[in-house]
Design a binder for this molecule. Structure first.
Ligand SMILES: Nc1ncnc2c1ncn2[C@@H]1O[C@H](COP(=O)(O)OP(=O)(O)OP(=O)(O)O)[C@@H](O)[C@H]1O
Ligand SMILES: [Mg+2]
Length: 295
């Protein structure tokens, strides 16, 4: 850990616990040691040919927390999320859900066993269908296995939209909704099918600035409902506002996991992200020093 990092942590009164000296990772003690994480991944690795996009990542996600995930372009954030959704298969590594190992291999396991729902940047919705039809798309409720139970689906859609304090109506056409409103529909789908973990990759990148507030409020609402969120964003001000903890990815590895004290500035966070990038380019000798505890 560099003197700069230490100074930032000290000035913020954050404890640090260097758990992997060899990579120089900084992990703050988040006072969660007694709790079993909702999701824990250990030593995840994903290679694309010669490129190691995710390099030995271990991370926990707790119930009702927002975990901010930041890092430079190409750091491996989206690839990491794709390992969680089962879109990509990890070359190695393990997954635990509420402490139990899960043999995680596919999008179906991700949804059913890990209770994960991903909110894609290019939302996976049918624009020419209504909100309630989108909510139940491919998972329609039927009476006697034949007749569509439209009344039930509209009622559940109304309930779940109310839970999200949204003004959207079940009969609204999805194509006529704004980007932020379409995200509400995607999230409502996650609630409807009782997913516990919501992954969001740059949810505010494609929407107008005045809708950013709505998305941040939505994230905080999900948290207040006990859901866990992993938020990937280049908008550090958003990360600092809504995250309980912040993980910094640097060239596929986690360089820091910080508890957010809501006093850290964008500059300080950027400095820690940037410093991670520098750390990796310095000589092997300094890594050896870290490993020997001489940091
Ligand atoms: N399908 C793929 N095939 C080959 N290489 C890939 C593939 N997907 C990602 N990569 C590489 O893996 C690395 C991590 O990419 P990833 O998209 O996960 O980064 P990111 O942190 O999400 O970046 P950004 O902030 O730009 O979205 C990059 O070097 C990228 O070029
Ligand atoms: Mg990405």
């Amino acid at each position: 850990m560099s003197d700069d990092s230490k100074a930032i942590l000290r000035s913020r009164n954050l404890s640090s616990n260097d758990t992997s000296g060899a990579t120089g990772a900084i992990r703050t003690t988040a006072d969660k040691t007694s709790k079993v994480p909702l999701l824990a991944v250990e030593h995840l690795v994903k290679n694309f040919g010669p490129i190691r996009a995710v390099d030995d990542v271990s991370l926990e996600l707790y119930e009702g927390e927002v975990l901010g995930l930041v890092g430079d372009n190409g750091a491996g954030k989206s690839t990491f999320l794709s390992l969680l959704t089962g879109y990509y298969h990890a070359d190695s590594g393990t997954f635990r859900y509420r402490g139990k190992p899960v043999a995680h291999t596919s999008p179906a396991t991700s949804r059913r066993a890990l209770k994960i729902e991903m909110i894609y940047q290019h939302l996976d919705l049918a624009p020419d269908l209504t909100v309630w039809q989108n909510l139940f798309l491919a998972e329609e409720k039927r009476k006697f296995k034949i007749i569509l139970d439209k009344r039930y689906m509209i009622r559940r859609a109304t309930e779940v939209l109310a839970e999200l304090a949204s003004k959207i109506k079940p009969d609204d056409l999805v194509g006529a909704l704004s980007g932020g409103e379409q995200q509400v529909v995607a999230i409502a789908r996650a609630l409807l099918f009782e997913r516990d973990i919501i992954l969001m990759d740059e949810p505010t990148a494609a929407i107008s600035l005045n809708k950013v507030r709505d998305v941040l409020d939505l994230i905080l609402r999900l948290k207040s409902m006990g859901k866990s969120v992993i938020l990937v964003s280049h908008r550090l001000e958003d990360i600092l506002e809504v995250s309980d903890r912040i993980a910094i990815l640097n060239r596929g590895t986690i360089s820091h996991v910080l508890t957010n004290d809501h006093q850290m500035t964008i500059t300080e966070l950027a400095q820690m992200m940037f410093e991670g990038a520098i750390q990796r380019t310095v000589s092997v000798a300094s890594n050896e020093e870290l490993a020997e505890g001489r940091n």
